[in-house]
Design a binder for this molecule. Structure first.
Ligand SMILES: N[C@@H](CCC(=O)N[C@@H](CS)C(=O)NCC(=O)O)C(=O)O
Length: 214
């Protein structure tokens, strides 16, 4: 499978982590967004929305990281452990994935992308909104050891990439969220590739753009 990606992108990192966990080989094709490689006609033919991550599995093309995550689990998972078939369990996994996309990572990007990429002042209201999202995750992880229940699921992979970026790129202090801290400490050790994929990627994200004030 060809995988169009950028190392510093959290959505791309979650898929690389999952591929390792599933034992799926990704043929990595790095696209330099800063050089506009995603706007070249060759890539627009593959993904007219010009976003990474984009997966090409033979004649099947898919983008949107969380859709790719669930596709890989369903197509290549040896069982349904990471993406349970039970409707209620799956619904909670999906809820956490949508939370990651539409609340947690969205609020991270709204708070920090303008500072990092456009040199704007930090807007304290946006930081508060991000902190509120972290409180929601803190609450979820106070009820269950993993993001969507008693076992590791694909939702943890998405959230792990986001949280690493929030901490490493955004410089946020997670010590005020003990449940997130506990979960993060466990996953940092147990999810193969976290250091090399997420921490190094998030560090290069931080170093590529303007610093975020504390
Ligand atoms: N919700 C999407 C976000 C994808 C996205 O916006 N990716 C960024 C890089 S992290 C991108 O490709 N930006 C270039 C563009 O939108 O033209 C996902 O999770 O895959």
């Amino acid at each position: 499978m060809d995988f169009y990606y950028l190392p510093l992108s959290a959505p791309c990192q979650s898929i690389r982590l999952l591929a390792k966990a599933l034992g799926v080989h990704l043929n990595l094709k790095e696209l330099d967004l800063l050089k506009g490689e995603h706007m070249k006609p060759e890539f627009l033919k593959i993904n007219p929305q010009h976003t990474i991550p984009t997966l090409v599995d033979n004649d099947f093309v898919l983008w949107e990281s969380r859709a790719i995550l669930t596709y890989l689990c369903e197509k290549y998972g040896k069982n349904d452990a990471l993406y349970p078939k039970d409707p209620k369990k799956r619904a909670v996994v999906n809820q956490r994935l949508y939370f990651d996309m539409g609340t947690l990572y969205l609020r991270f990007s709204q708070a920090f992308y303008p500072v990092m990429m456009e040199g704007k002042e930090l807007n304290p209201d946006n930081v508060l909104k991000l902190e509120e999202a972290l409180e929601f995750l803190e609450h979820f992880l106070g009820k269950t050891p993993y993001a969507a229940g008693d076992r590791l699921t694909v939702a943890d992979f998405a959230l792990l990439a986001s949280i690493t970026t929030i901490q490493v790129t955004g410089g946020r202090d997670l010590s005020k969220y003990p449940n997130i801290q506990r979960w993060y400490n466990e996953l940092k050790e147990s999810v193969v590739g976290h250091q090399e994929i997420c921490v190094e990627g998030a560090t290069s994200f931080r170093e590529t753009f303007s610093p975020i004030p504390k």
